[in-house]
Design a protein around this ligand. Structure first.
Ligand SMILES: Cc1cc2nc3c(=O)[nH]c(=O)nc-3n(C[C@H](O)[C@H](O)[C@H](O)COP(=O)(O)OP(=O)(O)OC[C@H]3O[C@@H](n4cnc5c(N)ncnc54)[C@H](O)[C@@H]3O)c2cc1C
Length: 443
């Protein structure tokens, strides 16, 4: 039987791609692997070469376990090479909500996991000398768009300090946030000190290069077309060869539907399109006025926007449920939202626009677990996966080896598909339209 041909897709044309280390031969970001072209046998096979899959490979390599990584595309082609590069220590579900839904001890364990994620990013950067990824522990500033939103994030910061003993969050007045951001659009904010910024594609490619140097094979342009349970393990089939493994880790997240082999994992998620734009380099006086402390910034609207500066360019991102990948309409809407917050940018040219899919889950938390005795999965970082996937991929590796890592609420036994999954696209559009309405009326 002829294997179906899956087109080899290059990295999307983003600012990250333009800034990445490039091959002098192909002018593409430096690649780490070639396609699989033979049959292979490994202890653990990992599908997906984003942060999750590579973090899993790292943990296995550290324990001396023979493993290999397979991706249908170049390393970091998924969300890991497209994101905003905000390294955060939080989940979409807030810690007070976790405590009220579960209990204080669970909130404490989740809080520890969230901060562990940032420690793991620091560790990768130090151990693999990823200077090019430019990780900076700048803190992240949450900017309130209404007094009500300000009161709510202040109360959350207060709760985290008194109940969890975490005093890394501090409140900024209207004057302070106006000075810091250069925008008059906010009434106050909360700074989380344990957060930072990174160049996301350099980070993922840097980890891949280091793993390759440590002997972990990474096969690019190698879609896994099917997965079959065999005696003592699993058999994976790719166009150029097959892979026999004792265990498999599925780290395909919001791109799991690339092939039928992994598509059942897509039903755990509601993929949400997220888009970003990057301007030309700002004139010196604007550069000196906007985002003077060079942190990452998010706002409190339900259809949240975020922004940061890189090399004097403004980066502005947001969830855009309506457009398809790469569609210009979403970028125009982002530019309008950016100018509404920063009128000084009205005449500044947008040079890059790109988008990708974020894996949202029903309970607003990542899921990691075993779907059967040979398969482990990790997915659903709800738009906050730079640090979390770097951590959870390692915990997925531990699970695959039969260990019991601390996962608190992230642990899941078996797959639990989103109810009415086939209605997710119209559902996402409805919810997004409702959120946009609430944001517009300031509710
Ligand atoms: C525009 C955007 C902005 C974001 N901003 C931020 C941010 O600022 N901060 C933050 O913390 N998070 C952010 N996120 C989320 C973050 O990027 C993700 O949570 C994280 O990258 C997930 O990593 P991953 O390794 O699990 O998945 P991915 O990086 O998506 O990797 C999945 C890989 O699986 C491969 N694959 C899929 N199916 C197969 C198959 N059958 N065979 C072989 N390979 C397959 C794909 O090619 C892909 O490379 C953002 C996401 C987007 C899209």
């Amino acid at each position: 039987m002829l294997a179906p041909t899956i087109p080899h897709r290059p990295q999307p044309d983003s600012l990250w791609r333009a800034m990445a280390a490039r091959s002098p031969v192909t002018d593409a970001p430096v690649s780490t692997g070639s396609p699989l072209a033979r049959d292979l046998s490994v202890e653990v096979a990992i599908i997906g070469a984003g942060y999750s899959g590579l973090a899993a490979a790292y943990a296995l390599q550290k324990r001396g376990v023979d493993c290999a990584v397979f991706d249908a595309n170049p390393v970091g082609w998924g969300a890991s090479g497209r994101n905003g590069g905000v390294v955060s220590s939080k989940f979409r579900l807030s810690f007070p909500s976790i405590a009220s839904t579960y209990d204080l001890d669970t909130a404490r364990r989740m809080h520890r996991l969230a901060h562990d994620g940032v420690r793991v990013v620091e560790q990768f950067v130090d151990e693999f000398k990823l200077e090019r990824a430019r990780f900076e522990h700048t803190g992240s500033l949450r900017c309130a768009h209404t007094e009500r939103a300000f009161a709510s994030i202040r109360a959350e910061a207060d709760w985290v300090r008194t109940q969890l003993g975490d005093d890394s969050m501090s409140v900024l007045s209207r004057e302070a946030i106006t000075h810091e951001t250069g925008s008059k659009g906010f009434v106050g904010g909360v700074l989380s000190a344990d957060a930072g910024t990174i160049l996301p594609l350099e980070y993922v490619c840097g980890i891949a290069r280091a793993l390759t140097a440590h002997g972990v094979p990474i096969y690019e342009a190698t879609p896994i077309l099917d997965m079959t349970r065999v005696q003592e393990g699993v058999m994976l089939r790719a166009p150029g060869g097959s892979v026999r493994a004792k265990q498999v880790i599925v780290a395909t997240n919001a791109y799991s539907n690339l092939t039928q082999a992994t598509s059942s994992y897509q039903r755990e998620l509601v993929p949400f399109r997220s888009a970003m734009i990057a301007t030309e380099r700002l004139p010196a006086e604007l550069d000196a006025k906007l985002m003077v402390n060079g942190r990452s910034y998010t706002e409190t609207r339900r259809m949240m926007k975020w922004f940061r500066k890189v090399d004097g360019r403004m980066l502005f991102g947001g969830r855009d449920a309506f457009g398809k990948e790469g569609q210009a309409t979403g970028f125009d809407a982002l530019q309008r939202a950016m100018v509404a917050l920063f009128p000084d940018l009205a005449n500044v040219r947008v040079e890059y626009g790109w988008s990708g899919y974020v894996g949202m889950t029903f309970n607003a938390l990542p899921h990691v677990g075993r779907s059967d005795d040979v398969t482990t999965f990790c997915l659903g970082y709800n738009g906050a996966g730079v640090a979390m996937a770097s951590l959870i991929g390692q915990h997925a590796a531990a699970l695959a080896l039969g260990e019991k890592p601390e996962l608190a609420l992230l642990a899941q036994q078996g797959l639990r598909p989103v109810p009415f999954h086939s209605l997710r696209a119209p559902g996402v559009r409805l919810v997004a339209a409702w959120y946009q309405f609430l944001d517009a009326v300031g509710a």
